[in-house]
Design a protein around this ligand. Structure first.
Ligand SMILES: NC(=O)c1ccc[n+]([C@@H]2O[C@H](COP(=O)([O-])OP(=O)(O)OC[C@H]3O[C@@H](n4cnc5c(N)ncnc54)[C@H](OP(=O)(O)O)[C@@H]3O)[C@@H](O)[C@H]2O)c1
Length: 229
C-alpha cells in the first residue's frame, strides 16, 4: 500500500445510514454548512475521487467553489469508460484537471469502442489511464500508486457507496469525515455495502478525533487507529 498518499473519505448520511432514497434522490440530505464543508475538503486535498455511479446519477461538477481556492484534480473510477461526453466533468475538463481510470483489459475485449472513447475523452482534455482490476473493481492500490507517482499526496473520496465500501474493505481509509443529517430515509441506498465482516474483530474500527456541529448536522471526524497506520 502506498504510504505517502492519504485517503480522506467523507459522505453525508441520514440518521439511519442512507446516502440516497430508494429512487436515488440524494440532493440534499445535508444542510448548507455541510455542503460548504465538502468544499473545504476539496480545497484541502490534491484530488477528489468518485465512482462512475455518482457521475451517472448526480452529474456533479466536483470543483471547489470557495473564494480564491483552486480545484483539485478530479478522478473517476470507470472500468468501461461509460462517462458521458456531455457530463459536467467532461465538459469542464479543459479547465480542471481530470483523470478517468479504466480497466486495462477492456482494451482487449472491446478494442474499437474503448479506442474511440479514449480519443473523444482526450479531445475534451480528460486523461484516461488504464489500470488492472480484480473481482471488486479497479485495483485501488494501483490507482493510489499512479496518483502518488504524479506527486499527489492526498485524495478525497467523495462517494458513492460503491467506492466508499471498496476503500473501507481494502483498509485504505486514513480519515473519515462523517456527516449525519437529522433525517430518516428508511429503505434507500446504504452508505456502506458488504464488507465481508463476520466478527466484530474484522470490522474496520476508527478513533474519534472530534465531534462538532455543522448547522443542523453532526460532523464526526475519525482516524485510522495508530497501530493500524
Ligand atoms: N450522500 C453522499 O454523500 C453521496 C455522495 C456520492 C454519491 N451519493 C449517491 O450514491 C449513489 C451512487 O452510488 P454508486 O455506488 O453507484 O456510486 P459510486 O461508488 O460513485 O460508483 C460505483 C461504480 O464505480 C465503478 N468502480 C470502479 N472501480 C471500483 C472499485 N474498485 N470499487 C467500487 N466501484 C468501482 C463501478 O462501475 P464500473 O464497473 O462500471 O467501473 C461501480 O459500479 C447515487 O444515488 C448518489 O446520489 C451520495
Amino acid at each position: 500500500m502506498p504510504s505517502s498518499i492519504s485517503v480522506v473519505v467523507s459522505y453525508a448520511q441520514s440518521l439511519d445510514g442512507r446516502v440516497a432514497t430508494a429512487t436515488g434522490a440524494s440532493r440534499w440530505i445535508s444542510c448548507p454548512k455541510s455542503l460548504e464543508y465538502a468544499h473545504v475538503l476539496r480545497r484541502d486535498n490534491d484530488a477528489i475521487l468518485v465512482g462512475i455511479g455518482t457521475v451517472l446519477s448526480d452529474d456533479p461538477l466536483l470543483t471547489c467553489r470557495l473564494p480564491n481556492a483552486r480545484s483539485p484534480r478530479r478522478i473517476v473510477l470507470d472500468s468501461s469508460l461509460r462517462i458521458p461526453l456531455d457530463s459536467q466533468i467532461v465538459r469542464t475538463a479543459s479547465e480542471v484537471p481530470t483523470t478517468v481510470f479504466f480497466d486495462r483489459d477492456a482494451q482487449g475485449v472491446d478494442a474499437a469502442r474503448i479506442a474511440s472513447r479514449i480519443a473523444s475523452l482526450r479531445n475534451h482534455g480528460v486523461e484516461p489511464v488504464p489500470v488492472s482490476r480484480n473481482r471488486e473493481g479497479l485495483l485501488l492500490t494501483a490507482v493510489l500508486e499512479q496518483l502518488n507517482a504524479h506527486g499527489l499526496r492526498s485524495v478525497f473520496v467523495e462517494g458513492g457507496p460503491g467506492v466508499i465500501t471498496a476503500f473501507l474493505k481494502a483498509d485504505l481509509v486514513d480519515e473519515l469525515h462523517l456527516v449525519a443529517a437529522p433525517i430518516v430515509i428508511g429503505s434507500g441506498v446504504a452508505a456502506v455495502g458488504e464488507l465481508g465482516v463476520a466478527t466484530l474483530e474484522q470490522a474496520p474500527r476508527f478513533e474519534t478525533v472530534s465531534v462538532s456541529q455543522l448547522g443542523e448536522d453532526l460532523l464526526w471526524l475519525l482516524r485510522k487507529p495508530k497501530h493500524n497506520r
